[in-house]
Design a protein around this ligand. Structure first.
Ligand code: ATP
Length: 570
């Protein structure tokens, strides 16, 4: 590469891959196992496969041999392999790399693969770099992939000083190519390596630590450690069952409020879940309970673009000529594009001002270019017609507006990941809107969500996924949705890794952990997670600690179920 090259991030890579796939004639695309060829999921899958090849130091030139060997191995072991799709990746990888080369650009995989290969194959280059450091230290070593591991070994070759820090019980990135075996086999690979076990835990009380240790003890290949703490026994893990996810979320919100009233700071509490899609029902409950909170690494539901657009449409349809609809009109009049630019909008604003009309009314009375004028007329008609549609629910109304104004078609025509997730958000909004009797109530609720949490400094409850929570700690953590169907999940490929996630989640708690589950979630039913059974009886109670002698109805139900399970032993 020429010096001064550009770096392409993950989104840039997806855009290049999308363009390349679209240029391929349909007949030459692989038979898709999931989704239509060239849809967002397929593109992501291809991008991930190219990343995996780079992490395995496979260049475009060696890709064909590597992929054929992998197909052969899997077929010999009678394992499924979508070979057409994998063979398609070989050509795609070469074309993708050619685009990067033409642009004098490198993606993240390149930044690691090429220097590692250069050290491997070019002795003078290797000498130059390995001679530069007297020691090499790597943190989070349990999550290194093949290329990172080799890169570290090559860099530290001359000094012989490689110091790695990690916890094999917390390896949670195998889906991104991480291989926990590098940590577990460290002393075999580097004979004479000194192993220091850091067995004193300074974070958690012993109930939490014992529970986490018990859960991880079923991971057969872990490195034996006996963790201990001098922080005292603390509170047993609270375990509570509910019928529905909404009940569960409301109970968590109430309990957080109770702890706050008793003096726990909001930021000392966190709700940690397995998947992002579990967050919105929790977010809703926290909003209702006026709990300041923030979703870590994600935009709050009501701040998402498509949700704001849909609410603007709803406001406009509810009161097209009222002042509160002016901002809504500005927001959605040209979404999807109707040819209304700043000049056209300026004319509408002037007309509205001069004649005392609403923007919606003025829009049909100014002379705009023909195409734009017609599109805007039709938009205003749709918005006005909504009010006369009678006894539909608010969800149905939102749905109708999105369809009729062409908003959904605009998203359907765009197969980027962003458009797909915006459509998912809109589906959630439609379901959520049905929980309100009046449009004003939904609007009030959304407005509260947009300003209340997060506006007053940093003292907020964190909503966060287990993966993102790695490395963090909170006095009290709430762990919802510990259900077989969610965690470990029905289609889980790597049960040991799910177990390690349970370990990570529990060990985020300093003083208290609360696990909840429910019978029904998103239309399906499920049993409590097997990880709950792994926690010894003496380290958990079935109910809130503060009402342990008067468990609520749901706790009683769980106690009965719990007894039956406990009788069978772990
Ligand atoms: N020697 C020590 N004495 C007292 N407290 C300590 C000591 N070492 C660490 N701690 C405290 O223990 C907690 C955990 O430490 P730290 O986050 O460094 O651990 P870690 O191994 O990175 O944890 P994890 O990987 O589980 O996130 C922190 O609150 C830290 O301040």
């Amino acid at each position: 590469m020429r010096s001064g090259f550009d770096i392409r991030d993950a989104d840039d890579s997806l855009a290049i891959i999308r363009r390349l796939i679209r240029a391929v004639p349909k007949a030459q695309l692989p038979d898709p196992q999931e989704g239509a060829p060239g849809d967002a999921r397929q593109i992501r899958k291809m991008a991930e496969r190219i990343s995996r090849l780079k992490e395995n130091l496979v260049t475009p030139e060696t890709a064909a041999a590597h992929v054929e060997a992998m197909i052969h191995t899997r077929q010999s072991a009678n394992r499924f392999v979508d070979h057409d799709s994998w063979r398609f990746v070989i050509g795609l990888y070469a074309r993708y790399q050619a685009v990067l080369r033409d642009q004098n650009a490198a993606d993240f995989g390149d930044l690691l693969m090429w220097p590692t290969l250069a050290m491997l194959h070019d002795p003078s280059y290797h000498r130059r770099w390995t001679g530069r450091f007297t020691a090499v230290m790597a943190d989070e070593f349990q999550d290194v992939n093949h290329a990172q591991h080799l890169w570290l070994a090559l860099l530290s070759k001359k000094s012989g000083e490689l110091f790695c820090v990690g916890d094999d019980s917390q390896s949670i990135y195998s889906w991104r190519g991480a291989k926990v075996g590098f940590l577990r086999n460290f002393s075999t690979e580097f004979p004479g390596a000194k192993i220091f076990k850091l067995e004193e835990n300074f974070r958690s009380t012993s109930h939490i630590l014992d529970a986490a240790n018990a859960v991880i003890s079923y991971d057969p290949s872990r490195i034996e450690k006996s963790l201990f703490t001098r922080r005292g026994e603390g509170m047993p893990i609270e375990v509570l069952g509910f019928s529905y996810a909404t009940e569960e979320a409301a109970a968590i919100a109430r309990e957080i409020g109770r702890h706050a009233a008793a003096g726990t700071a909001w930021h000392d509490m966190a709700v940690i879940y397995r998947q992002n899609r579990l967050s919105w029902v929790l977010e809703e409950a926290l909003l209702h309970a006026h709990v300041p909170h923030e979703i870590v690494g994600d935009v709050g539901f009501y701040q998402r673009m498509a949700v704001k657009d849909a609410l603007a449409l709803l406001t406009l349809s509810a009161c097209p000529d009222e002042p509160q609809s002016e901002e809504a009109f500005r927001r959605v009049a040209n979404r999807p594009v109707r040819g209304l630019g700043a000049k056209g909008l300026g004319m509408i604003e002037a007309k509205a001002r001069d004649s005392g009309l609403s923007l919606c009314a003025a829009a049909t009375r100014v002379r705009l270019p023909l195409k734009c004028g017609r599109a805007l007329d039709s938009f205003v008609q749709i918005v006005r017609r909504t009010a006369s549609r009678g006894s539909e629910t608010i969800g149905q109304r939102v749905s109708w507006l999105l369809e009729e104004t062409g908003y959904l078609d605009m998203l359907r025509a765009d197969d980027t990941d962003d458009a797909v997730s915006q459509r998912e958000n809109l589906a959630e909004l439609v379901a959520l809107a049905d929980g309100f009797q009046r449009v004003e109530h939904l609007m009030e609720h959304a407005a509260l969500a947009s300003v209340a949490p997060g506006e007053k400094g940093k003292d907020r409850v964190q909503l966060i996924t287990m993966h993102r929570a790695k490395g963090l700690e909170f006095r009290h953590v709430f762990l919802p949705a510990w259900e077989e169907a969610v965690f470990p999940g029905g289609m889980v490929r790597n049960l040991d890794e799910e177990r390690r996630l349970a370990y990570v989640a529990l060990t985020r708690a300093m003083e208290q952990a609360t696990i909840t589950f429910c019978d029904y979630r998103q239309g399906g039913s499920s049993a409590p997670s097997r990880f709950i059974d792994d926690i010894p009886l003496q380290n958990r109670i079935t109910g809130w600690n503060h009402v342990r002698h008067e468990p609520c109805q749901t706790s009683l139900r769980w106690m009965q179920a719990g007894r039956a399970l406990d009788a069978q032993g772990p």
